[in-house]
Design a protein around this ligand. Structure first.
Ligand code: SF4
Length: 178
């Protein structure tokens, strides 16, 4: 197990005094930077800055940052929510570390595609089959890793195959771990 213990800090971000949401950090006794290339390979939408030894990831409404001796998350309701969120992230790190023999590490920096770049590769029919009112709304969520390519059924019609291939090349899909 890579992370066995941590100290928790819950605080209001200094740029947002009076906010009702909090940020939280788990301070770690262990350097976890060796797991970053494996997280980069498996987390959809992760951005790995190898030179800075940092990896960021959007998880639901949380901005998550991994550093060698800490994991931080934003937008938590209270201390209990912070503990739940950070314990989930620690389990993710430990699972990924245990499975590293089956994962090809990825040292590349994958920039998140812009919503407009994603939109241009959608069918642009606003058919609503994905449950979104427009293709652009879907593009916003896909670019933010809140939806999956497979949620747009029309993309899998033969006439959309070129767009689908191009879209899959810019959207990083996550294989399941554990
Ligand atoms: S299912 Fe695809 S084509 Fe239809 S609205 Fe959603 S993104 Fe657009």
């Amino acid at each position: 197990m890579l992370i066995e213990d941590y100290d928790l800090e819950v605080f209001t971000p200094p740029c947002d005094p009076g906010a009702e949401r909090f940020a939280a950090t788990a301070r770690l006794p262990t350097d976890i930077s060796e797991v970053f290339p494996y997280l980069n390979a498996t987390l959809r939408g992760a951005v790995y800055y190898q030179a800075a030894q940092a990896l960021t990831w959007k998880k639901g409404g949380h901005n998550v940052a991994f550093h060698p001796y800490e994991i931080s998350t934003s937008n938590v309701e209270d201390r209990d929510a912070a503990i739940r969120e950070l314990e989930g992230l620690i389990k993710l790190v430990n699972r990924t570390w245990e499975a590293r023999g089956e994962i090809t590490p990825d040292y590349e920096l994958h920039q998140r595609p812009t919503p407009m770049a994603v939109y241009k590769l959608l069918p642009q029919t606003n058919c609503k089959q994905c449950g979104e009112p427009t293709c652009y709304t879907f593009a916003l969520k896909l670019a933010a890793s809140k939806r999956k390519v497979t949620d747009c059924a029309p993309l899998f019609e033969p006439k959309q195959s070129a767009k689908l291939t191009a879209l899959q090349a810019i959207i990083i899909e996550a294989p399941a771990i554990g």
